[in-house]
Design a protein. Sequence first.
Lengths: 605, 351
Amino acid sequence: MFEVVARDGFARIGVWGPEGGLSTPAVASVHTARLRAPAAAPLLLSDGSAPLDRPWIRSRGTAFGRAPDAAAGAPLLIDVPRHFAYPPSLTAASGTAAREANERTPAPVHVAAEPAGVPRGAPVVVLPNLSAALPDPRLAARLLVSTRAAAGPASLLYAPGAATPTNLAVLAYAGVDLFDDAGSLLAARRGVYQRPEGPLPVADLSEFPCSCPACAAGTVRGYEGLVAHDREALRRELAEVREAIRRGDLRGLVEARIRASPELVGLLRLFDLEHHAAFEAAAPVLRRGTLFVNSTESLSRPEIRRFRRRLAERYEPPPSARVLVLVPCSHRKPYSDSRTHKAIHHALAGVPNRSAVHKVVVTSPLGVVPAELELSFPSQQYDLPVTGHWDGDEVAFIREAVAGLVAKGTYDRVFVHLNEKERAIVEPVVGPHEVTAADGDPLSPASLALLRDRAIERAAAAKRVEKGIRHWEDMRSRAIFQFGPPGRLLLEGAEVRGLYPTLKIVSRGEQLAQIVPERGLLSLTLGGARRLAAAGCHRVEIDDFTPRGTVFAVGVLDATDDFRVEDEVVLTHKGAVRGVGKALMTGAEMRDLSRGAAVAVRHHG
Amino acid sequence: MVSKALPIVQPLAKVVHSIRDYRGRDDDPREPSKVWTEEDSTLGTPEPALVVILRTRGCSWAMHSGCTMCGYPDDSFIRKVDDGDLVEQFSRALARAYKDQRIVKLYTSGSFLDKTEVPLAAQRAILASVPGAVKKVTVETQAEYVTEETLGNALAALKPGCRLELAFGVESTDPTVLMYSVNKTNTLEDFARAARLARGKGVGAKAYVLVKPPFLSERDAIEDAVRSADDVEPHSDVVSFNPVNIQNRTLVERLWQRGEYRAPWLWSVVEILKRTHGVLQHKGKSDPVGAGAQRGAHNCGTCDKAVYAAIKTYDATHDVSMLDRVPECACREEWRDLLELEPLTLSTTPL
């Protein structure tokens, strides 16, 4: 019944319905005897009081009313049962009572005033309270996240009466698939001119920042023209949202749109700060394009918090490293391609026992990026404004990461090769250290010479580390960062071969994995997959077949929840490894969806 | 005695109970709560009527939990009040404000005929002290307190030539609305029984129909009031439409503060009166409390005065054409939109 065609976190372009008649996210247009939908509207929301010639959603009203049982017209896609729901402030106290008041919900549409009791996989779940809850971001966040969590990915979520051009993006970001234009009609009636950047009283406008027919003709000051404009503003924003999902950049659109309203900013912040686990599980481990960190909210977005968390939980500095060099980040990525890092690399090139030296980049928003993780998403993809001014949150992230690094490492000496401002950030937490960017400029010949001289001295004094050992330790860090603790299984009895960045893990002549530099991920061979399968890591259990090309969700019996979209996954059947490939869905989607591509298979056995 | 005609929706009752302040008051129990004079046309022509609100222990149902829109318990002592004090309250009211009015309305923020609230002897003494010039006395009561005993007691006390009218807070005749919205357990049948008993003894029966209890959309509210009026008409001499006005320490106030409730539009009151006129004829009345204010039935602020005036004129004259002659206002289109859009979007809160 539902297939996801493109996904970006919880948001998805989907195809729903018996003949795939509905493409979501979608906006249904109100269509009654008195309020007629535009001829071009592809989907209608109606009580049946007007002739219906297009796919429509029937609403029968609330349980207190006596809605007419109008004859059905053209394809009735969704039949919303008559339903009474207590408003948001009361549902917690009276959820059960409200359920008693309602008729048995005819499957497949479930009306959920509260997430409790939502049947998993119900084809459509209606959230009647969301529009009333939006002024209270904490409540709205809870309703959205909990309802999606209870229903699972296979359900279409419909929030009636909620959409505006301003909030459409953030609601889609939270997984709402279906909207209507009731808000546009009321806005027009109340003389409100809608734009994604926020509403304005039409009476206040001298010029109209829009070229829809009503704005161009100047009829937008009257009700009919304003309805046309407000509807068009919503339709246009829907296209923006859908395109952003296809591009994998819905988050960027959301961060821009929420500026219009403190409640919407609050909603996104609560998603990031109080519902991180849910959004992180839906976020891919790799995105194309640049990840812009352009606002305070960007610092807390799921992928970035995930990186900082994995750094804190999964990462340990190479045990052989004795000399830590904290270096600045660079605009060009991966860091090793930048002028800054090439200069530092060159300065350290002549240092004997170089493998005892560990370069770590100090950066916002990731905190620190150890050199061996410079390819791991989003280390080579992020971009942010650099003004020399650091805000409190950035300083906190960096200090936390540096402190963790120094605590976990076995360094004899720390060199702080940073400018004065960055030095001031790390000094309170870095412990005993030496400043090698003596004149405040890490790239000055004097600084580089000082770094080289001090590094030579320190590295010489440290225990000799063989290059192969250090490469092995670095690779183990990458494997654990990507797969969690089971990643170390890939390095047992193995060695690292090849030239950076296309390094390979080889054991007894058999290649187990290799870095794919553009992805910043290890890709597995069947041999590597077998090692991880033993630990039940990143596992997708398929039915009894040989996976070739693509494994579809219908062929998946079960999946673990430890991998994300774009991750390497191991395909198994009753304990035997059948293949390995890239996850195209989350584990939850693989289990709940009955259609769609689940895994792009690379090798099968 | 609390009627158990309908089951109580416990979670709702608990919420209502939790909002109340059961500390009670410490006013002088010998002082009436409020006394005033207002215009009343029920004897044919507009004339002054004396309104007295006695302060009693309070409504029995409110002691349990109470109705979602009713703030009367705020005006009650919560603890028992002496017979003598209640009689003294009425006595003082008469002394201060009685000037040969022919109509007396005697309210208690509860049920006058509830013996646990106003003891039988006090009921008798108070009614006996109604001056001879009074032709009509109205008291409010819930249906369960109307018995042979209380009616007999009241009729014996009143002077000949003085008609008694009982006013009942019926609110709605829909069990779902009563249980899940008003939180009241008395049904149409309860009212019908009491009204029959009363009218059989020549006592008038007035039914209050509530307009827009909480959680009803504007359209649901209209339909509910119209249907309820239809249901109570055979048992009533007067049907009074009471649009909810938002009182302190009620559930509707809490909802209203959160943007989850809007008092009814005056357009809805007009609509209800027009649609019920055919059945009610001269029985239909409405004088919305706090009309035009945010806490009362209101429109947009611009046309409220004119629309309220039309409602009051209908209330006095029952000339339904007065309701058609209300000047148009742009907000009426918004009202019409809401009638459709609220049910369409399953909203139990205002859009």
